[in-house]
Design a protein around this ligand. Structure first.
Ligand code: ADP
Ligand code: MG
Length: 721
């Protein structure tokens, strides 16, 4: 029963289900498990969605239209109607008025309960006023029972788990569970003052966890409901503070554990023959000078690498800010010291591009040292793959570039000292856990550099990424012209196609992105193929290429080579080009059905242009609905794209539109997300938790361990991924 369905006949809920045993576990217990409610503490922390006030009886004369009320009344008439539809109609009266109850579905037991003369306590929403009061499917019980002293909780539930059962389960768990305090004395969170005691004790009394949970499950009827709804009530503050503390403890703990591991110390050594180190040679072959921001983050990374504590650093930089060369420099430091480095990308296209770039920059320099760059990808021929694996195992491959093929079992590094993960947010939790395992197989712990163009807003960085150090490239290379973004209705597609012709005639190149169709990769393909045909026909003399996820690797590679070589004017593709592809001569990006894309995805796509000196544009073609509009959050996304090209601002708005759960996407399984705290409003609690966690880990390790176990149980691992 969804928690917000109309009240049903509670006493008649099928209690038989509780005894239906399947392999020793009742159906109800299964439903509890499905909600993750296994331990007493899980139930105690399963907090109500909302409350019903069953603490008083309303006289019918006082019941207003639309109000949810509880009345006590006597049945005076009772009839099953067949027309206009099958329903049970019941008339009830109290001393002040009359009300009609309607049931469209009912059991014989209903009719018995509702026999004329029965006195009932009835709860439901009043419809209609004074002349014809009605209730649809109210809940019923015998009149005269004691009224509860507290509000009745309504819990998040699932099919087959009736509220009364859930209430009893939570209630008895709450009685049994140990909620003794895990906060050290004097460490109370801000805002968690007990309102009532604040006066008496000069504001010194705080909700304990026990008091907070007892209260939130069974609040006194005089509570201001809005403070429960918006979770500003001190009891809520206490719970949210505890949750944030658990997250901080677990992340700071994992940071400390990492601090005990030992990694290779990668310091630049002077070569015996006096030749300059690799990273200096790299600078000399680059066709550009590094920006100040690139140099700064380079120093931050170099300092980490020179320490025996394994690096765990996230390199953030907007699309096009030049993260790749920073990665290459870090790799040089490792290789110079005689170690191996791995560079991993989420897609084959991106891995291929990195490989080509590293080959161009580094292969000549490495060759002089008798070492090489190796490549590993899913679609590789057996023979090539075997050769690469041998190079990696012997250590001749100083740098290994590839997709997640790099962390597969057969791969054996000789001495891996640094792993770089590009577009790290695109790797799933499972892949990241696998990577850590893989890396841990080696006696020595590698340094880890993660890169992402999706900036993480500060509050998220402080909470979900608290175990990471963060470096930010906050500057684009010089000479970039801002990208002009236009929103154009797809009824004007022809004009856009004409503009493509003009761009190509001027020697520029164009991306045309077709949307992913969620339900069907095949449809996706048909769509891209049709667009390819349409553009080819409309643009005679222009080479129009097609790229999609289902193409064999070699074919993808060939198409990308033509486009990046400048022999192809227009590239029609599905979102496979989303991450990292770099073709500086491309100056126009057209995104069809832009309303279907997520904000960060649009920003990533737009970042494919504006990489050279030419003025660039991004056209967001959108389809409107029948009334000529774009609906809801799609409109907000398109507006954000038109208004700003700042990645941090985009991320902030994305967070606003989607909330942290979806924003974090692959970083977290839903389980490990914060359930109660809201980073947008709870930053004082987050600051508190962040400051308290190290103190607890130092001085009260046993409290810290109990706190984490209580709140995270087995999920702590996921927070580290
Ligand atoms: P991203 O941070 O999105 O991965 P890339 O590393 O792909 O960005 O760099 C984008 C483009 O900018 C590439 O063509 C790269 O060669 C170029 N680039 C990087 N750093 C500089 C710089 N300091 N000056 C000029 N161009 C640069
Ligand atoms: Mg990149």
């Amino acid at each position: 029963m969804p928690a917000d369905s109309p009240p049903s006949a509670e006493p008649m809920a099928p209690s038989a289900a509780a005894t239906t045993v399947q392999g020793g576990v009742s159906v109800l217990q299964k439903a509890l498990q499905k909600l993750g409610l296994e331990r007493d503490i899980d139930l105690a922390l399963h907090l109500p969605l909302r409350y019903e006030d069953e603490t008083r009886i309303t006289a019918l004369a006082d019941a207003r239209d639309g109000q949810v009320v509880q009345i006590e009344a006597t049945v005076t008439a009772n009839e099953v109607q067949l027309h206009p539809r099958h329903q049970l109609l019941v008339r009830v009266e109290d001393a002040t008025g009359v009300c009609e109850l309607r049931f469209f579905s009912f059991y014989p037991s209903h009719q018995k309960t509702l026999a004329v003369g029965a006195q009932l306590r009835i709860r439901g929403e009043i419809r209609g006023g004074f002349r014809g009061r009605q209730m649809l499917h109210p809940s019923l019980r015998a009149a005269g029972g004691e009224l509860p002293a507290a509000l009745t909780p309504v819990y998040p539930s699932t099919a087959g788990l009736p509220q009364p059962y859930l209430r009893r389960a939570v209630g008895s768990a709450l009685d049994r569970v140990d909620l003794s305090d895990t906060l050290p004395p004097g460490a109370e969170p801000p805002c968690a003052r007990h309102a009532r005691h604040a006066h008496e004790n000069g504001g010194q009394h705080f909700f304990s966890l026990r008091e907070a949970l007892d209260f939130l499950h069974h609040p006194a009827p005089d509570v201001t409901l809005s403070t429960l709804q918006d979770r500003s009530h001190p009891a809520w503050q206490r719970v949210k503070a505890e949750e944030l503390l658990a997250q901080q403890l677990s992340q700071q703990q994992s940071r400390r554990e990492r601090g005990l591991l030992r990694a290779a110390v990668l310091r630049v050594q002077q070569a015996a023959d006096g030749s300059p180190p690799l990273h200096e040679q790299l600078l000399a072959v680059l066709p550009f000078a590094l920006t100040a921001a690139q140099r700064r983050v380079g120093r931050e990374i170099a300092a980490d690498l020179a320490s025996e504590v394994p690096m765990h650093r996230l390199l953030q930089g907007d699309v096009g800010s030049g993260k790749t060369v920073v990665a290459a420099q870090a790799a040089c430091l490792a290789m110079d010291a005689g170690w191996q480095c791995a560079l991993m990308a989420p897609t084959e296209i991106l891995a291929e591009q990195h490989f080509a770039r590293m080959l161009g920059w580094l292969e000549p320099l490495l060759a002089a040292r008798g070492r090489r760059v190796a490549r590993l990808a899913g679609g590789q021929r057996k023979k090539e793959r075997a050769a690469m694996l041998a190079l990696i195992e012997s250590g001749e491959a100083a740098l290994v570039v590839g997709t997640h093929a790099v962390i597969q079992e057969q791969v054996r590094f000789r001495n891996l000292a640094l792993a770089i993960i590009d577009e790290q947010h695109r790797f799933g939790v499972a892949q990241r856990l696998a990577l850590r395992k893989k890396l841990a197989e080696h006696g020595i712990e590698p340094h880890l550099l993660m890169m992402s163009a999706t900036p993480i807003p500060r509050t998220l960085a402080m909470s979900y990424y608290a175990d990471l150090d963060v470096s930010v490239i906050d500057e684009l290379p010089p000479g970039r012209t801002p990208i002009v973004t236009r929103l154009i209705a797809d009824s004007r597609k022809d004009e856009v196609i004409a503009r493509i012709g003009a761009q190509v005639a001027a020697g520029r190149q164009v991306y045309w992105v077709c949307p992913l169709i969620e339900e069907s990769e095949a449809l996706d393909l048909t769509n891209a193929t049709a667009t390819h045909a349409e553009l080819s026909a409309a643009l005679p003399g222009v080479t129009v290429g097609l790229l999609h996820a289902r193409m064999p690797g070699a074919e993808k590679k060939a198409v990308m080579a033509l486009f990046s070589g400048g022999q192809m004017g227009v590239l029609v593709s599905t979102t496979v080009i989303e991450v990292g592809v770099d073709v500086p001569n491309a100056s126009l990006m057209v995104i069809e059905h832009a309303e279907r894309f997520g904000l960060s995805q649009l920003h990533q796509l737009r970042g494919r242009v504006g990489r050279g000196a030419a003025a660039s544009a991004c056209v967001l073609l959108y389809a409107t609905n029948d009334s000529g509009r774009v609906g809801g959050s799609a409109r907000e996304r398109l507006r954000a794209m038109a208004e700003t090209s700042d990645g941090f601002e985009i991320a902030r708005r994305d967070l606003q539109i989607r909330g942290p759960g979806e924003f974090l996407g692959a970083r977290q399984s839903g389980d490990a997300l914060l359930r109660f705290a809201d980073l947008a409003t709870d930053s004082p609690l987050l600051e508190w938790a962040r400051a308290l966690a190290p103190v607890m880990l130092d001085r009260h390790p046993e409290l810290a361990a109990r706190h984490v176990a209580r709140w995270l149980g087995g999920r702590a691992d996921y927070l580290k991924a």
